[in-house]
Design a protein around this ligand. Sequence first.
Ligand code: HAM
Length: 435
Amino acid sequence: MLQKPKGTYDLNGQTSKQTLYLETLLEGLMEKYHYQYLRTPIFEATELFHRGVGETTDIVSKETYDFYDRGNRSMTLRPEGTAGIVRSFIENKMYGDPAQPVKIWYYGPMFRYERPQSGRFREFYQFGVEVFGTNDPIMDAEVISIPVNFYRLLGLKGIKVKINSLGDTESRENYRKALLEYFKPHLSELCEDCKERYLKNPLRILDCKVDAGLECMQKAPKMSDYLSEDSKVHFEKVKEYLELMAIPYEVDDNLVRGLDYYTYTVFEVEADIKDFGSQNVLCGGGRYNHLVEQIGGPEIPGVGFALGMERLLSALEHEKIKLDIDDTIDAYIIPMSENEKNYAFYTMQNLRMNGFKVEMDYMNRNLKGNFKQADRLKSKFVIIIGEEEIKNEILTIKNNETKEEFKVDSEYLVNFLDEKLQDMEVNDIIHDYEA
Ligand code: HAM
């Protein structure tokens, strides 16, 4: 039997309902924050990611899905969203829009050839934002507030923001030199990957999970001691704005993130969930003030983040958080025989066009079987259509919970259902309030 590729999954059942619910919630949140939706291709020229994400990152050096198209062009399935959004921002000259800053959100599949494990897939979905045109630390704080508010809205507790500053180019260069000097006598203690990182990008040694416990790692120089005055002020301001929004944070000197484009603020949001392992990093992001230039655009600062949908779903499951998903239907229509099927089908069409969620019997069940099906579909009302009903144009409608029965003139069916459903909603609100 053919099976799905390793590290991928089929979205179905309850998880597909949850995912659609979360997607709708995010869309609503983005309306409130006033971000515009941008969709870019799932594959881009390979060069974009080499220039954008960075040659020395694991993502580009080990994890991309690359292929040659039939025109012999080297293409890559996007491993993340930022590089494509930046390319699009430049190509569409969005920097010329007078309404700066440009605030963008995106959502879609990303591809990384990683070792599949819990919370790590080869195809996964990211929701993210990118903001261009301002270096104001207030925007770093706004971006950080998006996932925090979203997770809070969902009821996730123990949300922790880890934050660090990588400073401007000058601070980073000074720090890089300090790290090279410091790690030189410790090179033999470091893992093979870190020896490579020493040569290519020593900052990333601090990010190493293998060497994390070494004494030399704990005593390594700290980025905070190498920040320029301007970088320090920027970082202080970000923290001030977070405090203003009552967003608790923790400064983590070793947070460098796995992508090369960051300057100034970097952050990750973690869920404090027992036995959740490395997948507790729910999202990550930061400022990238030279990326637009690096990809061939003007000198324009940017800041953004991305969150993984799969990790969020699994955090919600771990924390037993139920989403407010309405999987009921308003009415289930039962034609008593083949003769009433046309009328039932027509009634269903009419109700759907009037905004109701309606199903009917497509399987020629008997009455008992049909009531069972109405229960399975969590139908609020059952509409029974028999010979008499059609002749008299009076329908039999049952409240599927109380079993109360009504005779309703077919002409008033829409009004009747509307009224009854509204009553139910009000009763639910009163019930919730009293509880
Ligand atoms: P990232 O940290 O590589 O950053 O990914 C962001 C989030 O995507 C992670 O925190 C995680 O939730 C999810 N994620 C990453 N890899 C996987 C995977 N293999 N399986 C499941 N989920 C995964 C970025 O991608 C940057 N583009 C974020 C950004 C936007 N920075 C600035 N703007």
